[in-house]
Every structure is written in C-alpha cells, then in structure tokens.
Design a protein around this ligand. Structure first.
Ligand SMILES: Nc1ncnc2c1ncn2[C@@H]1O[C@H](COP(=O)(O)OP(=O)(O)O)[C@@H](O)[C@H]1O
Ligand SMILES: CC(=O)N[C@@H](CCC(=O)OP(=O)(O)O)C(=O)O
Length: 299
C-alpha cells in the first residue's frame, strides 16, 4: 500500500503543476498547424492526436490545420507529374490541384480525423471551401522583381469563421485542410498550410498559434548554427524575415501576421518530440520559438 502511494505521488505533482496553465488557457482557442514533415511516423501522429484531445478535455478549444507537402509530392511523383516550388510555394497546375485536393482532404485530413476520433466523436474535417471558410484570389509572387505565374496558388482574401465557431461551440475539434475557394466559386486554390493556420488564428481571435515542424524552432543563423531563438517580438522577427530561407518563410510570416492581429503568442515547435504540444502549453519549459506582440501592441 505504502509503495503504491509513493509511486503515485509524482503523477499528482505533475497534475498540480499544470494547474496555473489550465486556469490561464481555459476556454481559449488554440490553432495548431501540423506539418507534413512532422508527420513522420505512426507514434508521433498518435501522440499528436492524444495531445489535441487532451487540450479539448482540459477546456481549451483546439483547431487543427494540417499540411501534407511531402505526401503531395509523393503522389505527384507516382502520377508522373512534376513537383516544383517557386518562392517557397508549389507551382500548382490544374492537374496538380486535383492531386493536392485529393491528398489533403481525402488522405491526410481523413487520417487525422480518424486518429482524433479514436478518443470519441470529436473531430470534424473540412477544407477552406466548406461554408466559405477560406476565400482566395490567385497569388502571383515576385521573384527578382518579376511577377511569376505559379498556377492555382491562392492568396487569402477573406475568412468566414462561422463553421469553425459552430463546431467549437458544439465541443468538436475542427480539422482544416488548406484549400481555398475563389469568390465566384469557379475554382479552388492551393494555400500554404502555415499561411492558412495563421490567417485562421487571427480571424478566430485565438490565444495561441502553434506551428509544429521538423526542427527545434527558428535557428538564429541557419544553416551555419542550430542555436534556437527562444523568444522574439514582432519587430525583431520582422527584421529577420528577409534573411530567412524557404520552409521557414511562410511559418514566420504567419507568426508575424498572427501576433500583429490579436493572437497573444505564436510558437514554432518541434513536432518530432512526442507530446511537444503539452510541454509547450502546460509547462514552464517552452521548447521552441515564441513570437510575442510588440510591447505597445499589448496596451
Ligand atoms: N532559420 C531557420 N531555422 C530553422 N529551420 C529553417 C530555417 N530556415 C530554413 N529552415 C528550414 O525550414 C524547414 C521547415 O519548413 P518545412 O520543410 O516547410 O516544414 P513543414 O512541412 O513542417 O511545414 C526546416 O526543416 C529547415 O530545413
Ligand atoms: C501553395 C503550397 O505550397 N501549398 C502546399 C500545401 C501543403 C502544405 O503547406 O504542407 P506542409 O505544411 O507540409 O509544407 C503544398 O502544395 O505543398
């Protein structure tokens, strides 16, 4: 009996330590972006689902936005279609758009919904097309000053949070694929999942945007060093943006957009670490990079 008591004590301590965080985050919306590169094995995906369900049962309102870049590339390859990125975005022909939609909405989203729903009837999948959640126009980035055509890639113009808010009010966990519709409903657009997550976090007035990826956070002098920047303000981040490389650009631009539009913290964390979401939300030991608004934006 005494041994049993003794071994159970640390568990109780862990729960009690989480109490201030449980109080702080109760009722708050957290948008979590799960990237294709962090979905590397079954254990990690299952642990991700456990963390999200835990947040929901702890009284938070998690919204999942997922990527699937590597999965899309693999499918394009299988179908003999070329996979090319310009300005960090996939050049998306109409044929490639069919593949993007099939992989994101038909495979990756279904898998995440399935994993979450092992814990109860919680997750509901949707894409930005549903209930006009994400509307976009054609995005034409500039490369060396020239506008380039990268096909069906969307730039978000409007977010309608109605469907997501109704699901949250109903106790569900929305799982959103980063596909948008055009305002005239004539076609669909491929949107980078980091960008979609950040836009949703801002529109939902989320407390936190959490971006899971396959590195520890934002490295200070990548690829020369792997020193993680643990905390930076919006202005500090803005100064770093021009020097950032490919994959980090939409993540950090997204974090900046989020904290400049009402989100209290935007974090980039290592999705390869099991239960990284719980570590980040319920403990002192923030494990990745945290972006906060400038001090004057808080007043
Ligand atoms: N400053 C930086 N710090 C960390 N990673 C960086 C940085 N600049 C570029 N990267 C690259 O960005 C990648 C993450 O982006 P990406 O491959 O798009 O991931 P995801 O699929 O999770 O969205 C990292 O694996 C790394 O190679
Ligand atoms: C326009 C654009 O590049 N869209 C991305 C959408 C998926 C995504 O962003 O997935 P990750 O988060 O896993 O990178 C793509 O086609 O790969």
């Amino acid at each position: 009996m005494s041994t049993r008591k003794h071994t159970a004590l640390p568990k109780a301590q862990i729960l009690v330590e989480a109490l201030p965080w449980l109080t702080r985050h109760h009722g708050k919306t957290v948008v979590v972006k799960f990237g294709g590169n962090a979905m590397i094995n079954e254990e990690l995906k299952a642990a991700f689902a456990q963390d999200i369900v835990f947040l929901r049962h702890a009284g938070l309102k998690p919204v999942v936005v997922h990527g699937g870049g590597p999965q899309i590339s693999a499918q394009l390859d299988r179908q003999g279609l070329v996979s090319e990125f310009k300005a960090g975005l996939r050049v998306t022909t109409p044929e490639a758009m069919d593949v993007v939609r099939m992989v994101l909405a038909g495979q990756v989203q279904r898998e995440l919904v399935g994993l979450l729903n092992r814990h109860g009837p919680l997750a509901v999948g949707l894409t930005g097309e549903d209930a006009h959640t994400i509307t976009a126009t054609k995005h034409q980035p500039r490369i060396e000053g020239e506008l380039v055509d990268i096909g069906r890639v969307g730039q978000i113009t409007e977010i309608d949070t109605g469907a997501i808010e109704a699901l949250l009010a109903n106790g569900r966990i929305p799982v959103v694929s980063s596909i948008a519709r055009s305002a005239d409903d004539d076609h669909v657009y491929n949107v980078n999942a980091d960008t979609a997550a950040a836009a949703l976090a801002a529109a939902l007035n989320a407390e936190t945007l959490m971006v899971l990826t396959d590195v520890e956070g934002l490295y200070e002098d990548w690829p020369r060093s792997d020193e993680v920047i643990s905390r930076l303000t919006a202005t500090e981040l803005e100064k770093l943006l021009p020097d950032l490389a490919s994959g980090m650009v939409p993540k950090m631009e997204g974090c900046l957009h989020a904290v400049r539009n009402g989100v209290t913290t935007a974090r980039v964390i290592d999705g390869r670490v099991q239960h990284s979401i719980l570590l980040e939300i319920f403990t002192d030991e923030g494990i990745g990079t945290m972006v906060v608004p400038d001090p004057e934006e808080l007043t």
